[in-house]
Design a protein around this ligand. Structure first.
Ligand code: GDP
Ligand code: ZN
Length: 305
């Protein structure tokens, strides 16, 4: 892309935010004029730029140029078709884990997302959607889930995209952060994002048609919520999962286990049956619940496959 740089025609350096990226080009938003978007080339020595990157850029005609990238606070990655990890978005503050009474919420899935959030250093939030659908068959389970994660110190929000219950609290919460929504299919992520981004032009599906012609893009895109805060979204991000994790990350991903890590008698303790195991002692004492212990063991067992 360097042959496109025409130093003479470029404006002064300014700060910007990467809204989305397409191969050799990115869409940059000026920090001074939010909403003003400019297609930019970028110098090849910058490596890859991703949605959410904060940059220094110079305006130009027809394209601007990104000249520097600021250090990333967080990175969200997923494997590309070759199995190599590829960063798809940067500087995300909150991983919003969406669950619902229907389809049934699997505690293991929540715990997997919590491990992922811990591993990548993004604060997770549990968002219970479809509270209007909580019935006698699901009430106890949802209450237990809510109490379990609140007690562990996580933020839990309850909403209904359908009735609008809790949406004001959610909007206020989101206004402070750059968030992504994740969760299993059918929990209401699309409905929720459509409700929070009333401007239909900003939605992901329509964006890919508009900007990419007949090609569908899976590239992430940044949106501003009308009430403040940012959303980074793409079909790929909504399906974000845990691709690379090792046993240590799983262990540390269980927040209430952390105070006991490193205190087992044996360095290579498997926390199953060893004498002097600090994790098992915490389980015995009730500092770790049997449910979370079972979830830990289950997730660990899936690593081997
Ligand atoms: P996604 O797969 O996570 O993006 O989920 P969708 O947004 O496609 O929603 C799945 C289904 O749940 C749709 O039929 C929605 O209308 C429905 N849905 C979404 N939010 C709510 C809600 O708060 N209450 C109820 N009852 N249904 C909802
Ligand atoms: Zn142990």
């Amino acid at each position: 892309a360097d042959e496109h740089l025409q130093e003479g025609d470029l404006g002064p350096e300014q700060h910007g935010l990467i809204i989305t990226h397409f191969g050799t080009q990115v869409v940059v938003e000026s920090i001074d004029a939010p909403g003003a978007h400019k297609r930019c080339h970028f110098r090849s020595n910058l490596g890859s730029l991703v949605t959410g990157d904060r940059v220094v850029w110079r305006d130009g005609n027809p394209y601007g140029v990104v000249v520097a990238v600021l250090p990333r606070e967080t990175e969200l990655s997923r494997p590309d078709p070759h199995g190599d990890m590829k960063t798809i978005a940067a500087n995300i503050d909150r991983l919003i884990i969406v669950i619902a009474p229907y389809p049934e919420a699997h505690a293991n899935l929540v715990d997997r997302y919590l491990i992922a959030a811990w591993t990548i250093g993004i604060e997770p939030v549990l968002l219970i959607n479809k509270v209007d659908r909580i019935d006698d068959a699901t009430r106890d389970k949802m209450t237990t889930l809510e109490n379990t994660y609140r007690k562990l110190g996580y933020t839990v929000l309850k909403i209904s995209t359908q009735t609008g219950e809790g949406l004001d609290v959610l909007t206020g919460y989101l206004s402070q952060f750059t968030s992504v929504f994740v969760g299993q299919s059918g929990v209401g992520k699309s409905s929720l994002i459509n409700a929070l981004l009333p401007d239909a032009n900003l939605r992901v599906g329509e964006l890919s048609e508009r900007q990419q012609g007949n090609h569908t893009t899976t590239n992430a895109r940044l949106f501003h919520f009308p009430g403040g805060g940012q959303l980074i979204d793409s079909p790929g991000i909504r399906e974000f999962g845990l691709w690379h994790m090792d046993a240590d990350q799983v262990l540390e991903g269980f927040a209430e286990f952390r105070p006991f890590i490193g205190y087992c008698k044996f360095r290579d303790c498997s926390h199953r049956h060893e004498p002097g195991c600090a994790i098992l002692a915490a389980l015995e004492k009730g500092d770790i619940s049997q449910t979370r212990m079972d979830s830990y063991r289950y997730i660990l067992s899936t690593l081997a496959q």
